[in-house]
Ligand binder design. Sequence first.
Ligand SMILES: Cc1cc2nc3c(=O)[nH]c(=O)nc-3n(C[C@H](O)[C@H](O)[C@H](O)COP(=O)(O)OP(=O)(O)OC[C@H]3O[C@@H](n4cnc5c(N)ncnc54)[C@H](O)[C@@H]3O)c2cc1C
Length: 396
Amino acid sequence: MAHVVVVGAGVVGLATAARLARDGHVVTVLDKERAVAAHQTGRNSGVMHSGLYYAPGSLKATMAVAGQRSMLAYARAHDVAAQVTGKLVVASRPDQVEGLHALAQRAQDNGVPAQLVDQATARQREPHVAGVAALWVESTGIVDYRGVCRALADDIRDAGGTVVLGARLVAARDVATGVEVLVEHEGHRRALRADALVACAGLQADRVAQACQIEPEARIVPFRGEYFELTPAKAALVRGLVYPVPDPRFPFLGVHLTRMVDGGVHVGPNAVLALSREGYTWHDVVVGDVADALGWPGLWRLAARNLVPGAREVVRSVDRTAFARSVAELLPGVRAEDLVPAPAGVRAQALRRDGRLVDDFLVQVSDHQVHVLNAPSPAATCALEIAAHLCERLPV
Ligand SMILES: Cc1cc2nc3c(=O)[nH]c(=O)nc-3n(C[C@H](O)[C@H](O)[C@H](O)COP(=O)(O)OP(=O)(O)OC[C@H]3O[C@@H](n4cnc5c(N)ncnc54)[C@H](O)[C@@H]3O)c2cc1C
C-alpha cells in the first residue's frame, strides 16, 4: 500500500485516483479550483468518441474504442446521464467525399463499426441536415462528464482517499524513497511526503512538470473552442450528433452539432489561440500565458504554416454571421440570430519545439512521478483507460 498524490481533479486525474484507491493505495487528490471538472472536463462537448479518427495503433485509437465502452458502463453503473446516440459525419460538398471514404477506411482499421450511407439514408437519420454523402458511426454517444467526475470523487472518498479542492501544487521533487510535495491551501503552504505523484494537470501540465523538476518534451498551447446553443426552433431540426468531415491537417474535428444530455443542441467548437490558458473569452488576457506561448518557437512555426486557416478561425470567432454560415453548411437556414452564446472551453494541446503538434497522448515519468503532458480529445472518453495505463507506469 502506497501513498500517492494525484494532481488534477479533471476526469483523467479522478479516474486515476479512483483506480489507485480501489487497488488499496492511499490517495490524495489536489486541485487548485473549488470544484471538480472546472476546466477542460467540465467545458467539453460531452461526447464519448468511438475511435474513428485516430492513427491505427495509437493510444488514442485503442483507448477510445475501449474507453467508449468503459465510460458508458461506468456512467450507467453510477446513474450518470449517458446515451449511445450514434453520429453522422457529413460530406457537405463533393470534394469532401474522398475524405469521408478515408475516414470509413480508418474506422475499419480501428475496428469501429461505421457505414458509408447515401444522401437518402442520411436523410432518414437526420432529415434536416444537408450533404452529398455521410458516414454513420453507431457507437458514438453522449455523457455528463461533470456527473462522471462527481461519481469518481465519491468512489475515491468511499475507498478512503481524499479530494482536496482549492489546493495548488507549488513544487515537488523526487527523493530517495518517494516525493516531497509543496502545496498551497487556504493561504498556507505545507509540505507532504508521498511514495509517488501522478500529475494530470491539463492546461498547466507543462508548468506542473517543470515545478516537479521534469523538463517537458513539449509545451501546452491553449486553443479556445467557442460554442453556441441553437434556439429551440432550430434545435428541433437536429436529432443527434452531426459532424463535418475533418481537415486532416488539424487535430480538431470541426464545428459540429451535438444534442447534449440536457436535450439542448450545442454548436461548436471552433479553435482560436487563447490569450489565457484558463480564460474563456477574448477579454481574458494573462500576460504570462501570452508571453509563454509567444516565447515557444514551436508556436511561430505552427503559425507560419497555418496563417490562412488560423485567420479564418479568428473571423469565425468575432463574427457570428461567419460562424452561422459554417453551421449552415450542415444545417441549412441557420442564421446568426439562431445562435445563443454558450460557455467556451480551452483545449490543452501540446506542441513540440519544431512546431509539430503532439498527436497522441503523451506521458513522461521520473523515478517516482508520472506526468500526463498531452491529453486532448478524446481523453475524456478514454479516461478510465488512461487511468489503467498510468497506474501500470507508476513506480509503486
Ligand atoms: C472545447 C473542448 C471540447 C472537447 N470535447 C471532448 C469530447 O466531446 N469528448 C472527449 O472525449 N474529449 C473532449 N475534449 C477533451 C477533454 O475534455 C480533455 O481531454 C479532458 O477533459 C482532459 O482531462 P484532464 O483531467 O486531463 O484535464 P482537466 O479537465 O483540464 O483537469 C486538469 C485539472 O488540473 C488542475 N490543476 C492544474 N494545475 C494544478 C496545480 N498546480 N495544482 C492543483 N491542480 C492543478 C486544474 O485546475 C484542472 O482541474 C474536449 C476539450 C475541450 C476543451
